[in-house]
Design a protein around this ligand. Structure first.
Ligand SMILES: Cc1cc2nc3c(=O)[nH]c(=O)nc-3n(C[C@H](O)[C@H](O)[C@H](O)COP(=O)(O)OP(=O)(O)OC[C@H]3O[C@@H](n4cnc5c(N)ncnc54)[C@H](O)[C@@H]3O)c2cc1C
Length: 491
């Protein structure tokens, strides 16, 4: 086959395959609702030049290409939608190219995972601030930048991972290679600022869900990790939606991450806590039935840490029922979360605990902190209104957690848990889409879209016609033959 032979010539026999038993493993993702379609060829390039050559061949044969990092997208982003697909597994492009202590940046190939990158940085006393998504043990920098990811630590202080991308190398759908940020200048070797030389065209490729090109190299800000941290966990028996928000708002009045050094702040609503205690996941929580909050804050000075600890504790105590802690044995989960990288372990464990008989169709989204209790009530009401349909589909809906993103946003870990019963799948997909549409119409913001979320965005007519036409026009420029990631956003 001519296409196959030309691709082998680029990456070599070892890294190009059309063998079923390998290709079939790339038909899967964590979203078992979507069909599993096996790509015709899987490639594992090692360099930007190889990626560019592959894309040129794909154009010649008009064959779609799908970039894939860790394959942890929850909405069908890195699963093929046609058997014609050439799947581009980028995880071999996992080199750290430069840790630059002058510019406080790190430059990597985009297939490296968040955990491997941060393990190296932490040894040198740095971290990426936002540590990528909760799937960071597997998920790649390229996947995170394609989704505006967060959740793997540091969101309250550093926001989304895309906020810290200062340099990007992309292979366009034509096979051309471009660099963005300060590297738009041929005279700048080491990127150090994103906003440069005119409009911010890097933004077109950030959060693009892999449709505008293939990200091959990225430069991220790095930060010195403060040597001191502390964290507390509190139980809120009643009115936990409002009281947890009040704690956040009171802390914000005093300066949130800048003055208080808050790194992360999580709220687990009562049904989620009940799930945790019923399954005995955190034994020390006993059989509590309300909500739980925890926060972690950092400082460069021990006395500053002690002072802020007291202030934060005072606020939390004012609005909560009792402290779960201070020790881990008494229910304080913050050491595990921060020092033992629990922020990456928790989700992997939760997903894998469900086993093959269950799955989660996630409808994660971002919302203003100012209105999160309202949204929690609306989602409760949605669940109530869909009680019968959920029951018939052998499914449950709920919010796993709300965590703070930066000074005005929070993230909702929402979704529908269902049994993997093939006969009920259609019903679950229908509910999944309905919940998405509901969230969008209530003003929720999707950051990871994949196939499913991006279709609901278009079908719910979220965009104005003018915006959608503009968006389509940009796609025409970056990828005129629609070779990369077809189908998303109904392109
Ligand atoms: C256990 C678990 C926990 C999770 N927790 C979070 C969380 O806390 N926060 C969060 O945001 N998400 C979370 N996710 C979702 C997902 O893992 C993340 O969004 C993650 O960033 C995806 O990275 P990945 O490398 O696995 O990307 P993939 O799934 O491989 O790809 C995601 C998308 O990016 C594109 N893509 C990947 N690499 C490139 C590249 N180099 N160039 C161009 N396009 C590319 C793909 O085509 C696809 O559209 C979680 C998923 C799981 C399974």
């Amino acid at each position: 086959m001519a296409l196959y032979d030309e691709l082998v010539n680029i990456v070599g026999n070892k890294y190009c395959t059309d063998k079923d038993y390998i290709c079939v493993s790339y038909s899967r993702g964590i979203d078992p609702c979507l069909p599993e379609i096996t790509p015709q060829i899987v490639l594992r390039p090692e360099s930007t030049v190889q990626v560019a050559e592959i894309i040129k061949i794909a154009n010649k044969y008009k064959t779609p290409i799908l970039p894939r990092g860790g394959g942890c997208g929850l909405m069908g982003g890195s699963k093929p939608i046609s058997e014609e697909t050439i799947l581009l597994d980028l995880t071999r492009m996992d080199k750290i190219l430069d840790i630059n202590e002058d510019t406080h940046t790190v430059t990597v190939q985009c297939g490296i995972s968040w955990s491997r990158l941060n393990a190296v940085l932490l040894d040198k006393g740095y971290y990426t601030g936002n540590m990528g998504p909760g799937s960071g043990l597997t998920a790649s920098i390229g996947g995170g930048l394609s989704h505006h990811s967060g959740g793997g630590g540091g969101c309250a202080k550093y926001g989304k991972c895309t906020e810290h991308c200062v340099g990007l190398e992309v292979v366009l759908g034509t096979g051309e290679i471009i660099t963005l940020g300060s590297q738009e200048s041929k005279f700048i070797e080491n990127p150090f600022i994103r906003f440069a030389f005119g409009p911010d065209l890097m933004g077109i490729f950030l959060g693009d869900n892999g449709i505008m090109g293939v990200k091959t190299q990225a430069t991220l800000n790095i930060f010195r990790r403060p040597p001191y941290y502390s964290g507390k966990t509190f139980y809120i028996e009643d009115d936990s939606y409002e009281k947890s928000q009040q704690i956040v708002l009171d802390m914000m009045k005093l300066g949130w991450s800048k003055e208080l050094g808050i790194y992360d702040f999580f709220f687990y609503p009562p049904p989620s806590v009940m799930g945790i205690t019923t399954d005995g996941l955190i034994e020390s929580w006993g059989d509590i039935k309300g909500g739980v909050i925890f926060y972690v804050h950092e400082a460069f000075d021990e006395q500053v840490l002690e002072r802020t600890s007291d202030v934060l504790e005072g606020i939390a105590k004012k609005h909560s029922t009792r402290e779960l802690g201070p020790s881990p044995e008494e229910g304080n989960i913050t050491d595990w979360f921060y020092a033992e990288q629990g922020h990456w372990q928790i989700y992997h464990n939760l997903f894998s605990m469900m086993g093959p008989d269950y799955f989660v169709a996630t409808t994660e989204f971002i919302y203003p902190i100012a209105k999160y209790p309202e949204m929690l009530y609306k989602l409760d009401k949605w669940e109530e209104d869909h009680h019968e349909e959920l029951f018939d589909a052998d499914a449950e809906s709920g919010v796993g957690q709300v965590y703070m993103l930066n000074h005005n946003c929070c993230y909702f870990g929402t979704g529908i848990n269902a049994t993997s019963d093939e006969d009920l799948k259609e019903d679950v997909i229908k509910l999944w889409k309905e919940q998405f549409e509901f969230i969008l119409k209530e003003g929720g913001v999707l950051y990871m879209c994949g196939q499913i979320g991006s279709h609901v965005i278009i079908d719910s007519r979220v965009y104005s016609d003018e915006y959608y036409n503009f968006f389509k026009g940009v796609k025409e420029v970056t990828d005129p033959n629609h070779i990369i990631s077809p189908g998303k956003f109904r392109f």
